[in-house]
Design a protein around this ligand. Structure first.
Ligand SMILES: Cc1ncc(COP(=O)(O)O)c(C=O)c1O
Length: 383
């Protein structure tokens, strides 16, 4: 058994495998002198729409997943005075985008088995000011879009899907991002489809929304130097579009690898006392952006056992990460909203108990066995 460190993720392996295909394309783009917009960006948008099923789906690329969410909310007309419901357990951008358009986030608790928003709790958070729901597909797992859409339709609410972590995941056999009014994607380097820098995209079947996003991402320009809105400068660089177009054909295979890795962890970690494995809800699947276990302590928000496990893994050269140590409703910036500890207990429990293990397509079975053995030994040696 080797004692080589095991990283949470190693992007250099993917680069090395693709370098021979990637570099001539990057060089051709650099030689073209066309660095903003143009054919490379158009082509990626087309390929991305096809990846998600094609048809009347339109992709509008932009600078990041955060911008994708902001552009989606702006295109839907969300404004100050409006409320937007989202999960209390996600990366900050899922809520930040709501504030960036001047609206107020309203947080809903999660199902601690899947880490996704619990649709049973959604309806009671709807007020006369609610205009939209941002449904996040966390850690790669599709949220229950059937229930979320049914509630949204009953109350006339728009649905934005935050698919930053779940490119290629499906609910009911249909890709996430194609269920709601708009799907938002991130191509941050560590995502399942990652650029060599920032990138993002919005997808929609509504041509009016697509047109509005295109205008908003380009300074609100309707014709050249004719501005009808205050917009953003939010472009996907042509260089990133080239890189993403080279990588996209591999994404399904990478996602299958992640699914095989998750199955491997399930098998290797099953039955270890005091460890809770992630579950996938019936009706959907996961592309395992993260493989996240829970390590409960002596009470629901006691993080000491989890933190000890992480420290001990680190001592053995095994990386792990806490995504996310503080739920959104308890972030310092949201004190203004008046939430208190205990308000959204499952999100708080997740924040105290979660630990994401190394998970990336190139991770080997031997490395997984080392991770699993280390976890079993560390938990067996607990004081
Ligand atoms: C769930 C979620 N939403 C939104 C974002 C924002 O994406 P970006 O970093 O591309 O702005 C991220 C990732 O970073 C994310 O994980």
């Amino acid at each position: 058994m080797t004692d080589e460190p095991i990283p949470l993720l190693d992007l250099t392996l993917q680069y090395r495998a693709l370098a021979r295909t990637l570099l001539p394309q990057v060089e051709a783009l650099l030689a073209s002198g066309r660095y903003i917009g143009g054919e490379a960006v158009r082509q990626f948008e087309e390929l991305f729409s096809q990846f998600l099923g094609g048809g009347d789906l339109e992709t509008v690329s932009c600078n990041s997943g955060t911008d994708a969410l902001v552009l989606a909310l702006r295109a839907l007309g969300i404004q100050p005075g409006d409320e937007v419901i989202t999960t209390a357990f996600s990366f900050f951008a899922s809520a930040e985008a709501i504030d960036l358009v001047g609206a107020r986030p309203v947080f809903v608790d999660v199902d601690p088995c899947t880490f996704n928003l619990d649709p049973q709790l959604l309806e009671r958070s709807i007020s006369p000011r609610t205009k939209a729901i941002i449904s996040v597909h966390l850690f790669g797992q599709a949220a229950n879009m059937t229930q979320i859409l049914a509630i949204a339709q009953r109350h006339g609410l728009a649905v934005v899907e935050d698919c930053a972590q779940a490119i290629g995941a499906c609910w009911g056999g249909k890709p996430v991002g194609t269920w709601g009014d708009i799907g938002c994607f991130s191509f941050f380097p560590t995502k399942n489809l990652g650029a060599a820098g920032d990138g993002g995209a919005v997808v929609t079947r509504d041509p009016q929304l697509a047109r509005k996003v295109r205008i908003l991402k380009d300074h609100g320009q309707v014709g050249q130097y004719h501005h009808e809105y205050i917009g953003l400068n939010s472009r996907l660089d042509a260089l990133q579009a080239v890189i993403l177009s080279v990588k996209l054909p591999y994404l399904r295979e990478w996602n299958w690898r992640r699914q095989a890795i998750a199955e491997g962890y399930h098998r290797l970690l099953q039955g270890i006392p005091g460890l809770i494995l992630p579950q996938v809800a019936k009706g959907g699947n996961s592309v395992w952006h993260q493989y996240t276990v829970r390590v409960p302590g002596s009470h629901p928000t006691d993080s000491r056992r989890r933190d000890r496990l992480q420290r001990q893994l680190q001592k053995r050269g095994i990386a792990s990460r806490v995504y996310y140590p503080t739920p959104l409703h308890l972030q310092p910036v949201y004190r203004k909203l008046g939430y208190k500890p205990g308000d959204l207990p499952n999100a708080e429990l997740c924040a105290a108990q979660v630990l994401s293990l190394p998970c990336f397509p190139e991770l080997t079975l031997q490395q997984q066995e080392r991770v699993a053995l280390a976890i079993a030994e560390i938990l067996a040696e607990e004081p």
